[in-house]
Design a protein around this ligand. Structure first.
Ligand SMILES: *Cc1c(COP(=O)(O)O)cnc(C)c1O
Length: 439
């Protein structure tokens, strides 16, 4: 990429959560291979972000490339209305084999946000039909969720994303109002053990579910790890208690595993830490190993029947690129690789490094706390980072880490070797020693 291209980018292309009139600099990438991102300017960076949780096997993987090449020879895409194909069927089988037995129906969506929209619509349509059978109108139009949650950037997903701590604050007046309960305190597993559970963690949640349940269609949350809304990790017993409360009040539980799914937290799905099962499950991000956009909303026989058993006779949703064969084929290759690669030991190796090395950063006065689970490591600082300066600092040290606010966090590809993890943590140590990197 030459200077003119960068100049065009800066003048005309929006980047995520970035000004288009006064943008921060972007780094041009020419190639990515295994855990490395190669810049056109010559630097090679160790990737600490997995391109936002997705590139779990690293980049340019021969098996994923092969799956894409082969599929392109047959067909890149055909509509899913009235047609079907082997890549979708195979993906469906793989997803059912990975999830609890009661999960039986899969909606293939084109991004994480869409899979959340689909989950929320399913819950609303389920209760609509439920009420209509009794000749009533459903009163269940609200969702209960947690503060510090993040569920995506589209309108319904935004409406259940923390309105006060998130980037969506300014749309608040345009969004339906849902119920937000205080998020549980951060909890840390050490040497394989969680600390004792404090039931007062859910005091606010218990009050709100009791007060609002007649108007609730579902509870929606990110299990165990809250991602973009604060990189918080909470006690699995909170999640089991929430499952209990949903059962007690007859509410559906929607789990958003878009960030946590496919091994990231040390379990295939984060809800496994709590030994519970969702009614509706959203997956995305790592589903195709970071190759292309694909997500899925999975649900039980009971919910699927409830959704379709009404005047509409079907679920009212159908994206143009639903079940895109190219994306499904790469997802199949990625899920097959996940098993071959012994992801559990890969993630455990990363977790062990976090456990040994992140607490050492606590002695630094700029560090407020550190936390980790599986292949997720977080350093929370007292002051917000100066993104432009800290980004340059990381690049000059040969790593790619993209912090936000007071959070410096890494979720590297599972194929990271100990020397890569050490380099990433060391780069964080060097950055927090530099006052210029913080406001
Ligand atoms: C990224 C993310 C989403 C949104 O997914 P997109 O593919 O960006 O639309 C939703 N929920 C969680 C937990 C996420 O991390």
């Amino acid at each position: 990429m030459n200077f003119q291209s960068l100049d065009f980018d800066q003048k005309h292309l929006w980047h995520p959560y970035t000004s288009t009139t006064n943008p921060l600099p972007c780094y041009p990438v020419s190639k990515a291979q295994e855990v490395y991102i190669h810049l056109s300017t010559g630097e090679t960076l160790i990737d600490g972000m997995s391109s936002w949780w997705s590139a779990i096997h690293g980049y340019n993987h021969p098996l994923l490339n092969q799956a894409a090449h082969q599929q392109i020879e047959d067909m890149s895409h055909v509509m899913f209305g009235g047609l079907t194909h082997q890549p979708a069927v195979e993906l469906g089988k793989r997803l059912l084999a990975m999830t609890p037995d009661n999960i039986q129906h899969i909606f293939l969506a084109d991004s994480g946000s869409v899979s959340v929209e689909v989950a929320l619509k399913m819950a609303l349509q389920y209760w609509h039909n439920h009420a209509a059978k009794r000749g009533e109108v459903s009163q269940r139009s609200q969702f209960l969720t947690l503060s510090h949650g993040y569920h995506g950037d589209t309108f319904a997903a935004m409406s259940v994303t923390d309105p006060d701590n998130s980037m969506h604050k300014m749309y608040k007046g345009f969004l339906p109002q849902h119920i937000f309960a205080q998020s549980p305190a951060c909890s840390q597993k050490v040497e394989g053990k969680w600390p004792e559970y404090d039931p007062s963690d859910l005091a606010d949640f218990e009050i709100k579910i009791e007060r609002h349940h007649p108007h609730l269609a579902a509870v929606i949350l990110e299990p165990i790890v809250q991602g973009a809304g604060g990189m918080r990790i909470y006690h699995p017993q909170c999640l089991s208690r929430i499952r209990e409360l949903c059962d007690q009040y007859g509410l559906l539980l929607i789990l958003d595993e878009i960030a946590t799914g496919f091994g990231r937290t040390g379990r295939l799905f984060a809800f496994e830490h709590a030994n519970i099962e969702p009614d509706i499950l959203c997956v995305g991000k790592a589903l195709t190993g970071g190759y292309m956009t694909l997500a899925a909303t999975l649900t039980t026989e009971k919910v699927a029947t409830g959704v379709c058993d009404g005047e509409a006779g079907c679920f009212m949703h159908g994206p143009t690129f639903m079940a895109n064969p190219l994306a499904c084929s790469v997802a199949n290759a990625s899920l097959s690789l996940l098993q071959q690669n012994h992801w559990q030991s890969q993630v455990l190796t990363i977790e062990n490094h976090f456990e040994q090395e992140l607490p050492l950063l606590l002695t630094h006065p700029k560090v407020k706390s550190v936390r980790w689970l599986g292949a997720i490591g977080v350093v929370e600082t007292h002051q917000p980072v100066n993104l432009e300066i800290i980004q340059a600092k990381f690049v000059s040290q040969g790593v790619w880490i993209r912090p936000f606010g007071r959070l410096i966090y890494i979720m590297p590809p599972y194929i990271c070797q100990p020397e890569h993890i050490k380099a990433l943590i060391n780069a964080i140590r060097v950055a927090i020693e530099d006052d210029d990197c913080f406001y």
